[in-house]
Design a protein around this ligand. Structure first.
Ligand SMILES: Cc1cc2nc3c(=O)[nH]c(=O)nc-3n(C[C@H](O)[C@H](O)[C@H](O)COP(=O)(O)OP(=O)(O)OC[C@H]3O[C@@H](n4cnc5c(N)ncnc54)[C@H](O)[C@@H]3O)c2cc1C
Length: 302
């Protein structure tokens, strides 16, 4: 089911069918609270009142022309100006700002710089999301380049990739913000662990490297088994709760959010908004068969 949904997440034909169905919207809104920057701002304010930090993602990926890349950049600029004074983070996918176009590395770097400049001017930070493994090296190269001028630029590493332990060693340097997630794309066995036990074991090994290193680990998971392990690794490394943070996706697990709040752990939610929700939404369905059942039931019940 996971493979089929991940394949569907990149199918323009299935995308058309799903997007045209108005019954899908209420299910989508569980994971994506709105389409406008004002929607994102309203949710951000409410989360911040509860002591929860945010990273906001303007949805979009794999754009096919320069105009779309420019629109995405301007959307981030408008969002950051609207949020001026809020110490937020924005998450950016390089494929949404031109990385996969001809001469894409230069375009994506220029665009990421522009977003980073505006972010720095309003006191916000930028994290560069990680996409499929064909983009890993090029994405990390751009992160390294951005960090020369914007040292707070966050990187994302995916524990399902066999290379990631080595990437953790290289990136766990002073001040380096690193989000560790399991990975959300369909990847071949040649580069990625396929079964959950192997991915989880890799996650723990990678997290240990990050916790023992000099950077700032961002523990991005909803896995209840990994959370106490993360805390234990942080304690062993002599880290206080301010020296790392947990991250979750908006709408996935409110019970776990309350658990973090009650324990005074630092928590940041990844808050997506925009009209280009299809790929993101399909990856969330793929992560959990129960989401697909919920989705199908809600369609059938109307
Ligand atoms: C803040 C953040 C940023 C991310 N950024 C990236 C990125 O840049 N690149 C990338 O490839 N991936 C990214 N991801 C997604 C990540 O790679 C995983 O696909 C996703 O987080 C599910 O993995 P898990 O760690 O929750 O563990 P899993 O083993 O997948 O899930 C553990 C438990 O969490 C719950 N759960 C997980 N997913 C869902 C869901 N969709 N709906 C309901 N319950 C669920 C279930 O109870 C499940 O049993 C990000 C995730 C987070 C939290």
């Amino acid at each position: 089911v996971r493979s089929a949904l991940l394949a569907a997440s990149r199918s323009p034909r299935i995308r058309k069918i799903v997007e045209a169905n108005p019954l899908v919207r209420p299910v989508v809104s569980r994971f994506i609270p709105g389409t406008t920057a004002d929607d994102a701002l309203a949710v951000t304010n409410s989360l911040r009142e509860q002591g929860i930090m945010v990273t906001i993602d303007h949805l979009g990926e794999d754009i096919t022309d320069l105009g779309q890349a420019n629109e995405t950049v301007e959307a981030y600029v408008r969002l950051l100006k609207l949020l001026d004074g809020n110490p937020i983070d924005v998450s950016v996918k390089l494929s949404a700002i031109g990385q996969t176009l001809p001469d894409g590395e230069r375009i994506a770097l220029d665009n990421a710089r522009r977003i980073s400049e505006v972010a720095a001017s309003v006191g916000a930070t930028v994290t560069i999301d990680m996409e499929d493994h064909t983009l890993t090296d090029r994405t990390l190269d751009i992160v390294r380049e951005l960090r020369k001028d914007f040292p707070s630029t966050g990187a994302v590493l995916q524990a399902y990739l066999k290379r990631t332990e080595q990437d953790c060693r290289e990136l766990a340097t002073e001040g380096s913000r690193i989000r560790l997630c399991k990975g959300a794309y369909k990847e071949p066995e040649s580069v990625a662990y396929q079964g959950k036990p192997d991915v989880d074991a890799s996650y723990v090994r990678c997290l240990k490297i990050l916790m023992d290193g000099q950077g700032y680990p961002m523990v991005a998971t909803h896995d209840p088994r990994l959370i106490p392990i993360a805390k234990e690794l942080a304690a062993q490394a002599g880290r206080a709760t301010a020296d790392y943070e947990f991250q979750m996706l908006y709408g996935i697990n409110p019970v776990l959010e309350r658990h973090f709040q009650a324990n005074h752990d630092q928590l940041r939610l990844y808050l997506p908004y925009g009209t280009e929700w299809y790929g993101y939404f399909m990856r969330r369905l793929a992560e959990r068969p129960a989401n697909l059942m919920f989705f199908l039931r809600s369609l059938a019940s109307r």
